[in-house]
Design a protein around this ligand. Structure first.
Ligand code: AHG
Ligand code: MN
Ligand code: MN
Length: 338
C-alpha cells in the first residue's frame, strides 16, 4: 500500500479535507525523496557538503544541506494551494504563501535536516514535520495561533534517511512506517500500528554534557551504569535515535544544561511532533515537569528539555527527577541483554 492510499484509508473518507491531507502527505513525501536523492550522492555533487557560512536564529551554523532541504520544502508547497504557512528551524520568521492562504488553512512546521552534523560523515539524518490547522485569520501575521500545545497537531511524522529512507507518520490513529522503494519512487507500507515496547535496553543521550546537568540526571546515569541490562546508543541525530527507541524500546534524553537550561531541542518542530508519535505508539514524552504535548510555546523557536520513549523508562527517569528514588529505588528492567 502506498502512503497516499494509506492516508485516505486512515481518514476513512474521500471528501475534500481527506484529499487535501493526502495531497499534503504526498508533497512531504516528495520533499523526502528529493532530500534523500541529494544525500545519496552528496559526496559526488558540488555544494552538497559543508557549511554555508551563515548562522540560523538559534546561533547554529547552517549547513548547505540544511539550506537545500529547507528550500525543497518551500518549493514543493509553492503554488500547491495546500499550505498557507511554513515554520522551519532554518527560517527566523513564519513563511507565508499568499497564493495558498485564501484556500488553505494548514501550517506545516518542520526541521528540514535533523542531525545535520552527521551529513558530512555519511551517517543517518532525518526531517521532522507537524501539520496544524490555522485558528483564526492571522491577518496581522503574528502566527499567535501557533503558540498552542502539541495536542493541536493534526499530523506528525519524520523521514529517516538511513540505509533506506523511511517515512513514519501519525494522523492520530496509530503510528505507521513506509519504506522508499527507489525502483518505484514510492513509499510502501512496511509497519502498521507500531507500539513502543513498555521498556527497552537503550538509553540515548549526550553524556559529554554530564557535568552540565542537574544532579538527578547524573543519579539516573549512575543507576544505568550499575545495571548491565542497559546499552548506550547515541547517533547525534534525534530522528535516528528516536526511531531505534520506537522500534526497540528505551529512552532518549536531552536535559537542560548550564549553558542551555531548556536543552537544545525545539518544541514546535522537534519535540512536539515526536511526542505526538510516542504517545500514539503507547510511549511517553515529558520535559521532566510537564507532558511535552501540554507545553504552550512562547515563541516559534522555543526549546524544551526532552525525555521520550518507553513508558516505564520515561517513568524511571521521572522518578529520579522527582527524588522518589530516595524512598523506593526503581527496580532494574526486566530485559536480559540487547
Ligand atoms: P539539528 O541538526 O536539527 O540542529 O538537530 C540536532 C539535534 C538532534 O538531532 C540531536 O539529538 C542533538 O541535536 C545533538 O546535539 P548534541 O550534539 O548537543 O548532542
Ligand atoms: Mn533537529
Ligand atoms: Mn535541523
Amino acid at each position: 500500500m502506498t502512503l497516499s492510499q494509506h492516508v485516505l484509508q486512515q481518514l476513512n473518507n474521500f471528501g475534500p479535507d481527506a484529499q487535501d491531507l493526502s495531497a499534503i502527505m504526498n508533497r512531504i513525501a516528495f520533499a523526502g525523496k528529493l532530500v534523500s536523492r541529494r544525500l545519496t550522492r552528496a559526496g559526488l555533487v558540488e555544494d552538497a557538503l559543508g557549511f554555508t557560512g551563515r548562522q540560523n536564529i538559534q546561533g547554529e551554523s547552517v549547513k548547505k544541506m540544511d539550506s537545500y532541504a529547507n528550500d525543497v520544502f518551500i518549493s514543493v508547497f509553492q503554488q500547491s494551494g495546500l499550505v498557507c504557512r511554513l515554520v522551519s528551524e532554518e527560517m527566523d520568521d513564519i513563511y507565508y504563501m499568499p497564493e495558498s492562504c485564501s484556500i488553505s488553512r494548514y501550517t506545516l512546521l518542520y526541521d528540514p535536516i535533523d542531525g545535520s552534523s552527521n551529513v558530512d560523515i555519511n551517517l543517518n539524518v532525518g526531517s521532522i514535520f507537524a501539520l496544524r490547522r490555522q485558528q483564526g485569520d492571522d491577518t496581522d501575521q503574528t502566527g499567535a495561533d501557533l503558540l498552542t500545545p502539541g495536542h493541536e497537531q493534526l499530523v506528525a511524522g519524520y523521514i529517516l534517511y538511513g540505509p533506506s529512507t523511511v517515512f513514519v507518520y501519525s494522523i492520530g490513529k496509530g503510528v505507521h512506517s513506509f519504506t522508499l522503494d527507489p525502483s518505484l519512487g514510492e513509499f510502501i507500507l512496511s509497519s502498521e500500528n507500531i507500539q513502543i515496547p513498555e521498556h527497552g535496553p537503550n538509553y540515548s543521550l549526550n553524556e559529554g554534557n554530564m557535568w552540565q546537568w542537574e544532579e538527578s540526571f547524573r543519579d539516573y546515569i549512575r543507576y544505568v551504569h550499575r545495571h548491565e541490562v542497559y546499552s548506550g546508543r547515541y547517533s547525534g541525530a534525534l530522528v535516528g535515535d528516536f526511531h531505534r527507541i520506537l522500534m526497540q524500546g528505551g529512552v532518549f534524553l536531552y536535559p537542560g544544561t548550564t549553558k542551555n537550561p531548556a536543552g537544545k531541542l525545539r518544541l514546535l518542530y522537534e519535540s512536539a511532533p515526536l511526542a505526538f508519535l510516542a504517545e500514539q505508539a503507547n510511549g511517553k514524552a515529558t520535559t521532566g515537569d510537564h507532558s511535552v504535548l501540554d507545553v504552550k510555546p512562547d515563541h516559534i523557536h522555543m526549546r524544551t528539555p526532552l525525555i521520550i520513549g518507553s513508558r516505564e523508562d520515561v517513568a524511571l527517569v521521572e522518578s529520579f527527577i522527582q527524588g522518589r528514588k530516595l524512598e523506593q529505588p526503581p527496580a532494574p528492567l526486566g530485559v536480559s541483554s540487547i
